[in-house]
Design a protein around this ligand. Structure first.
Ligand SMILES: Nc1ncnc2c1ncn2[C@@H]1O[C@H](COP(=O)(O)OP(=O)(O)OP(=O)(O)O)[C@@H](O)[C@H]1O
Ligand SMILES: [Mg+2]
Length: 619
């Protein structure tokens, strides 16, 4: 059963970092979940208390056996039994409460990280590799969870036990206590070193494991290329090496990790040996009973753990802090496209780009310069230009995926940064150049941009508009067919058409198609362009505004206006006929594409690449 999703208001607050979380993360979570945490600490306290009393009962029982006192022995056994039941119950309870507590911490932190990841813009992802971000979401969250939960628990456990056991031991015999405990204070240091080493080695092992899965994943997704170039054996050899590295890294962890228990057992044994050697004469002389001697031995055993625990717990807390620092850095990262505007757009009236110059973060040259354009409601405008001219960049800026630094983009007269992003994206449907599909059903992919699933009919209508309905009906589960990762079980053209359907179903006032018809054949393309114009009719009196980016002039021929973009500048603007006269770049593209068409008809592909004489000048 799925857990109920969080309310929207809570979801929206998640990406804001509360100052006390940033500064004192442990205290923040202890306070936030004080009830569960408090119950955990309480149960732990009682576990320790009862546990400290059990050796007393055992010692008492031994003395009663020696004193041949069956009634006293019966009472001692009863007491021992009751204590054991109490310890078991309390131990179960602290495990439950602490478990709940630290899992809730991890859940909260993961959701905060994820919320931040959704708020950050594409430029952030350019600088931060996915693998590193995944490691924050998994390894670092886990390491902080271990610190807040088990790490804190271990330290509290150590504190409680020491505070309870040491006074009893001192009460029994101060002399025995110092003799047997003298070496114990070294234990925390040794354990802390070991734990730190294990953690470092473990991180390395985790990184190796990520490499193993990343490598396998990449090869599986690229299996067609690997097979086409007969690279199976090379890839297998490379995988073997990576897998072996992981094995070695795990063995290094095991070598240190395996030392913990033997070391603790050795410390217990050493304490016992010292006790036998230095203190048993007191029993022989009758100063102390055998029961007390045995009780003392049990307490030595019990003291080894708190001493080790201090070392292990401190190290876990340190690692958790280091992990939290990394998480905190991400949570504190400001997005370059903050959603701070409060203008809510009604219908679309006009889009203006004024004096826009844009350089990618870290880029040397601007990729767009002095762009000035205006698009009015109901127009169909085209953008054309050579590869790398800046067409996609301009579309992404219009959708505010990157911030505008120099110049302005205005929708209905409002600068983009003053507009609520949900409202902006509600009126513009942007079909990106890479046709991205999720590993979900066809219907869910098409209705992605709607808050609720609209039912199958609208999905089917949108699919019919892009002429893919019959192809989907031939899939085993039709519209419920699951798509492979990124839509691997579809053709390039099918993927493109589904992403167009995804935009059409929203019936938003503006649709931007960034080269979204490149893998679609000419006939389907015409159907889609015509349908795009017709869909509008159903929106009432207003026509839909369409922005088409394309290399193919045939697609743009019927646009009201076409902008020619070259090396980041608008070189010319106008309808097809006028551009043939005014723009050399447009003319050359036109010439090339007419020749390609001719050679496709007459089979003269060799001629298509040479531009006609006289077209080279002026570009
Ligand atoms: N994320 C990015 N970071 C830095 N530079 C980029 C980025 N995306 C694109 N560029 C650069 O910006 C320039 C314009 O790219 P853009 O994708 O806008 O071109 P385009 O006109 O859409 O090309 P195409 O027709 O191939 O789709 C190119 O020189 C490209 O290398
Ligand atoms: Mg592009």
């Amino acid at each position: 059963m799925l857990a109920a999703p969080m309310p929207t208001a809570t979801l929206e607050r998640l990406d804001r970092l509360p100052p006390d979380l940033a500064e004192k993360p442990f205290r923040f979570y202890f306070r936030r979940d004080r009830k569960t945490f408090g119950l955990g600490v309480g149960s732990l306290f009682f576990t320790n208390l009862l546990d400290t009393l059990t050796p007393l009962a055992l010692g008492l029982a031994i003395d009663k056996i020696q004193g041949k006192d069956p009634a006293g022995l019966g009472r001692a056994i009863l007491m021992y039994g009751a204590l054991m039941i109490g310890v078991t119950a309390c131990r179960y309870l602290w495990r439950i409460y602490f478990g709940r507590f630290h899992q809730a911490v991890a859940d909260d932190l993961r959701n905060r990280i994820f919320a931040k990841l959704t708020v950050l813009g594409p430029s952030f992802y350019q600088k931060n590799p996915v693998g590193q971000l995944m490691s924050l979401l998994t390894n670092d969250v886990n390491s902080f969870r271990m610190a807040v939960g088990p790490g804190t628990l271990i330290l509290l456990d150590a504190a409680f036990l020491t505070a309870m056991i040491l006074p009893v031991m001192l009460y029994v015999s101060p002399d025995w206590t110092w003799k047997t405990m003298i070496l114990l204070p070294f234990v925390p240091f040794i354990m802390q070193r070991m734990e730190k080493l294990v953690h470092e080695l473990y991180r390395v092992a985790q990184d190796r494991l990520s490499e193993v899965s990343a490598n396998a994943q990449e090869i599986i997704s690229g299996i067609r290329v690997i097979k086409s170039y007969a690279q199976e054996n090379n890839k297998r050899a490379a995988f073997n090496t990576i897998s072996r590295d992981y094995e070695n890294a795990q063995n290094r962890v095991a070598r240190v990790d395996a030392g913990f228990e033997p070391l603790m057992d050795f410390a217990v044994a050493a304490g016992g040996a010292v006790l036998l050697w230095a203190c048993s004469s007191d029993v022989v002389r009758g100063q102390i009973t055998l029961g007390e001697f045995f009780m003392f031995y049990q307490y030595i055993n019990k003291m080894i753990w708190p001493m080790s625990a201090i070392g292990i717990g401190l190290s876990m807390v340190q690692q958790g802090r280091a992990s939290f620092d990394r998480v905190n850095e991400l949570l504190g990262t400001e997005t370059d496209i903050p959603d701070e505007g409060d203008v809510i757009l009604g219908d679309f009236e006009k889009l203006e780009v004024r004096g826009l110059t844009y350089r990618y973060p870290g880029g040397r040259e601007p990729v767009l310069r002095d762009i000035d354009i205006e698009v009015r409601a109901g127009e169909t405008v085209g953008f054309v230009g050579p590869v790398g001219a800046g067409k996609s960049t301009l579309m992404q800026l219009i959708c505010r995926l990157y911030p505008v630094e120099s110049g302005k983009i205005l929708v209905n007269g409002h600068p983009l940064e003053t507009v609520r992003q949900r409202s902006l994206r509600g009126i513009i449907s942007f079909v990106t150049q890479d046709a991205f599909l999720f590993s979900d059903t066809v219907a869910q992919n098409v209705s992605l941009g709607l808050d609720e699933f609209p039912g199958l009919d609208p999905v089917r209508d949108a699919a019919r508009t892009v002429d893919i309905d019959r192809e989907i009906d031939s899939l085993p589960d039709r519209f419920d067919a699951y798509l492979g990762e990124r839509g691997t079980n579809l053709s390039g053209g099918q993927k493109q058409r589904l992403t167009i359907a995804r935009a059409l179903i929203r019936r938003s006032p503006v649709v931007i198609l960034d080269d979204s018809l490149s893998a679609v054949d000419g006939k389907t393309e015409k159907t889609i362009v015509r349908a795009l114009r017709e869909t509008l009719g159903s929106r009432g009196a207003r026509r839909q505004t369409t922005i088409l980016v394309s290399h193919r002039l045939a697609t743009l021929k019927h646009a009201d206006r076409i902008f020619v973009l070259n090396e980041g500048r608008i070189e010319a603007e106008g309808p097809h006929g006028r551009l043939l006269e005014t723009s050399p770049t447009y003319r050359r593209l036109h010439q090339l594409q007419s020749e390609e068409k001719l050679s496709a008809v007459f089979g003269r592909a060799d001629d298509a690449s040479s531009p006609p004489a006289g077209e080279e000048t002026g570009s």
